[in-house]
Write a new protein. Structure first.
Length: 53
């Protein structure tokens, strides 16, 4: 869990230094999509997710 917190801190510093605030929604969407795929892997919900893509 400590590595994940370091990643969030590094992203925050990157966004602040480079003024790339438009990347934040993209990163959040990718993280949520990845979490959704990992959590539903092998579950009953998986066929419904595949129909979305």
């Amino acid at each position: 869990m400590e590595g994940f917190i370091d990643l969030i801190k590094d992203l925050w510093v990157f966004f602040n230094e480079r003024k790339k605030y438009w990347l934040a929604p993209l990163v959040i969407t990718l993280v949520l999509l990845g979490t959704l795929i990992v959590l539903t892997q092998g579950s009953v919900i998986a066929p419904f997710i595949y129909t979305l893509f």
